[in-house]
Design a protein around this ligand. Structure first.
Ligand SMILES: [Zn+2]
Length: 171
């Protein structure tokens, strides 16, 4: 949730030689929470893990050809900018138009740490960029114009305070 420090940090890459088990644990958590939340994607920092891993929901995004887990992804966006509404599990109740490049080349490791590469466009390219932003501590609201950000400031502060209170309750 917005307000959680890990959401604002740059996540670290996974070491594929030594961290296979850690990746399996994080992937299992991502898949479990993804099932509960039914979003189009989920990034490790959203579940409190500062690692460069995200999940895209391949059942909703057939262009992924079954690829679901992206570890240490590298994105090369291209193509004309495209505007579309986005929301985020970590910023509940906020939906805003975001402009992003429409095409993307992605290289990553899969859940078994095998490298792959794919070209994406449309919704899949958008969701991949949204999730990859999470790995760099960036939220979609950061990509809005300054006026929209100003208008949302109160709402975002409210969500952050809520997350802070929830943290205090847990400890
Ligand atoms: Zn998000």
């Amino acid at each position: 949730m917005l307000g959680s420090p890990v959401l604002r940090q740059v996540a670290r890459p996974v070491d594929p030689d030594t961290e296979g088990l850690l990746v399996k644990d994080v992937v299992a958590d991502l898949e479990r929470i993804q099932e509960e939340e039914e979003g189009l994607g989920l990034a490790a920092p959203q579940i409190g893990e500062g690692l460069r891993i995200f999940l895209l929901e391949s059942s909703s995004l057939p262009v992924l050809c079954g690829h679901r887990i992206f570890v240490n992804p590298v994105l090369s966006p291209s193509g004309p900018p495209c505007r579309r509404e986005e929301g985020c599990l970590s910023v509940p109740g906020v939906f805003e138009d975001v402009i992003r490049p429409s095409h993307l080349l992605v290289t990553a490791l899969d859940a078994d740490l095998v490298p792959f590469e794919m070209a994406l466009d449309g919704m899949a390219a958008r969701v991949a960029q949204h999730e990859n932003d999470h790995l760099d501590g960036i939220l979609f609201v950061d990509r809005l114009g300054s006026l929209r950000r100003r208008l949302l400031r109160g709402r975002l502060a409210e969500i952050s305070r809520g997350a802070g209170e929830a943290r205090e309750c847990r400890t």
